[in-house]
Each structure stands twice: as structure tokens, then as C-alpha cells.
Design a protein around this ligand. Structure first.
Ligand code: FPP
Ligand code: MG
Length: 327
């Protein structure tokens, strides 16, 4: 990630912060039981771009004056949001019957659903235990609200599986809840801990939520269009599990007759190649991609001025990467 960083001092601060967060994460997940440790070490291999902890640290640095340091609470929140994220991935792979995650085997594939459910529980429990070490109940309260929202998003999604009447507004409501609120909270809490104003905190939260929505649209496009070797995780899960995503929703809403029917039949038959053909021909794939790009542009426009040099360019660069990524 450091190659595109606009400034060496900022890059060094973030690299040092991420390394402290990794240590905090590993220490928190150290158990007296080898059976537990083995599973935690497996999940630590899921660590990818570290987008959420990076956003906590960059948002913190953005509102800290040049030469000032982040607070220990920044590291704790960064570790907590990553642990919450890991817990959701482990549970999500159970729901999606996924076999591959970050180019490795999922816990459910390796050890079965019972172990994966318990490990997800262990991770979420540890996330809040870690957060409590900051000694600030407001952080636990806010992140508890986030995990409640996240579960609601998943529950609404489950309740609408195989529902071809799912509309765009409901899709965005699900995505905002299941993905965007955690990304928004990462930016919000990083900013808040740096002592920013209420307006700056709200603007950073909106920035993060927009990034989260665009991230999930891109994720859904990769699930529909990508291949497992490039994306590094099981793909085609949305179609398999009856989850309607934006290109499908746009196609159904804006096409009539044979084109509309062809998509409905492909969804019903779980026929990925046929669905890709019809959605590509109608321009629905491009339309969904354009929506993600427009949301990122919105996020960038709303980004407030920052205090520390170069941090704004870095946040803009992170926003661009959300829609440029192929894994
Ligand atoms: C991504 O789904 C899923 C999420 C961002 C949230 C999943 C949340 C849960 C399963 C609830 C568990 C909650 C707690 C608090 C442990 P996706 O299938 O589109 O993403 P993928 O492509 O990475 O699999
Ligand atoms: Mg999934």
C-alpha cells in the first residue's frame, strides 16, 4: 500500500500504526488452548488490505497537527474494527457456503459450520473485550450500535433472498447496514479521537459510509464477474444464495419483455454465464459500476479539509482504490 502514499512521513506513521495494531490483534487473540490459537492464526491469514484500521489511523492523523502522535485509543479502535470485520467474514462464509477466502480455505470448509460459528462468536466477543481496554464506554456504545446495525442488514438480506421484487432503495439500505456503517464508524472514531469538531466528525463518517457502499457494489460486481483465482475468494455466491445485487436490480427495473425475462430466467436457473451476457448487453453492469464511481466521487467532494499535510490526498487515493480493486 505504501507505494502510492503521497508522503513518506505519513506513510511511516501509518505503517508503524498498522504494525502496532497487528500486535494488539495477535495479543488479544492469544488463548491458553492450542486448538483456539490454531483457528485464530488461520483467521489472521485473512488479513488483506486492512482498509478499516487504515481508515481509523489516517482519519486520526488527518485531524492531528503535523508532528503530533495518535492516541493509544486509535490503535485499540483500529484493532477492534478489524476484529469485528473478521468475525463478520467468518460468519458470512457460513451463510454463503464459501470455500475460499483470501486465497485460503474458509473456516467452515476446513472445520465445519459449528466451529466457524463459534470462532465468529469468539472474535466478536474479543473485539468488544479489546475495545473495553480503552476505558471509554462511548466507544463500546458506538461500536455496539454498529454491530447491531450490521446484523440487521444481514437479517433483512436473508429475509429477501430469492425475492425478485427487491428494489434499489432496499438494496442500498441493506448494503449501508451490512457494510457501510462499519467503514463509516472507522472514519468517524478515528476523527473523533483526534479531537476534531462535530462537523468534521460527521463529514468523515459520511465519507466512510459512501466508501463502504461503493466497496460493496464493487464486491458484488466481482462476485458476478470475477474469477476465484483473481478475486481470491469463492465467487458466484450471490446468485447461488438468491441475493439480488445492483446490476440485476437495475436490469429488472429498466428492461421489459424478452430482455427482462432472460435475466429472471438466468437468476432462477442460477446460470451465471447467461446472466452476465444479458446484464452486459443491457448496460446494467456498466450502470452499476457507474453508480459505484459516482458514490466515490460524492465521497471525495464531501471530504473536509484536514489539518495534517498530505492526509487529504491519501484519503482521496484510498477512495479511488475502492472501485479500482480487483480483489
Ligand atoms: C459481506 O457479504 C458481508 C458483510 C459485510 C457482513 C456480514 C455480517 C454477518 C454475517 C453478521 C455477523 C455479525 C457479527 C457481529 C459477527 P458478501 O458475501 O457480499 O461479502 P464477501 O464477498 O466478502 O463474501
Ligand atoms: Mg460472502
Amino acid at each position: 500500500m505504501s507505494a502510492a502514499f503521497p508522503d513518506n512521513a505519513l506513510a511511516a506513521d501509518i505503517a508503524a500504526g498498522l504494525s502496532r495494531v497487528e500486535t494488539l490483534f495477535d495479543t488479544q487473540l492469544t488463548s491458553a488452548f492450542p486448538a483456539v490459537n490454531e483457528l485464530c492464526r488461520h483467521v489472521e491469514r485473512y488479513r488483506g488490505k486492512m482498509l478499516r484500521p487504515t481508515l481509523v489511523l489516517v482519519s486520526g492523523l488527518a485531524f492531528t497537527a503535523d508532528g503530533e502522535s495518535l492516541r493509544p485509543e486509535h490503535d485499540i479502535v483500529a484493532g477492534t474494527v478489524e476484529m469485528i470485520h473478521m468475525a463478520t467474514l467468518v460468519h458470512d462464509d457460513v451463510l454463503d457456503d464459501a470455500e475460499v477466502r483470501r486465497r485460503g480455505e474458509t473456516v467452515n470448509f476446513l472445520r465445519g459450520n459449528e466451529t466457524a460459528v463459534m470462532l465468529g462468536d469468539y472474535l466478536i466477543s474479543n473485539a468488544f473485550h479489546l475495545c473495553s481496554r480503552a476505558g471509554d464506554p462511548a466507544l463500546n456504545l458506538r461500536l455496539g450500535e454498529v454491530t447491531n446495525t450490521l446484523c440487521e442488514g444481514e437479517l433483512v438480506q436473508l429475509s429477501r433472498r430469492h425475492d425478485l421484487s427487491l428494489d434499489e432503495n432496499t438494496y442500498f439500505e441493506i448494503v449501508r447496514r451490512k457494510t457501510a456503517v462499519l467503514v463509516g464508524a472507522a472514519c468517524e472514531l478515528g476523527t473523533k479521537l483526534a479531537g476534531a469538531t462535530a462537523a468534521e466528525i460527521a463529514a468523515m463518517r459520511a465519507f466512510g459510509e459512501n466508501l463502504g457502499v461503493a466497496f460493496q457494489i464493487q464486491d458484488d460486481l466481482l462476485d458476478l464477474l470475477g474469477d476465484e483465482a483473481t478475486v481470491g475468494k469463492s465467487i458466484g455466491r450471490d446468485l447461488e444464495k438468491g441475493k439480488l445485487t445492483l446490476p440485476m436490480i437495475l436490469h429488472i427495473a429498466h428492461n421489459q419483455g424478452a430482455d427482462r425475462l432472460a435475466a429472471l430466467e438466468a437468476i432462477d436457473a442460477k446460470d451465471g454465464p447467461a446472466l452476465r451476457r444479458v446484464l452486459t448487453r443491457s448496460g446494467s453492469i456498466d450502470a452499476a459500476r457507474a453508480r459505484a464511481v459516482a458514490i466515490v466521487e460524492d465521497a471525495k467532494r464531501g471530504l473536509p479539509q484536514t489539518r495534517r499535510a498530505h492526509s487529504r490526498e491519501l484519503l482521496l487515493e484510498l477512495a479511488n482504490r475502492v472501485v479500482a480493486r480487483e480483489s
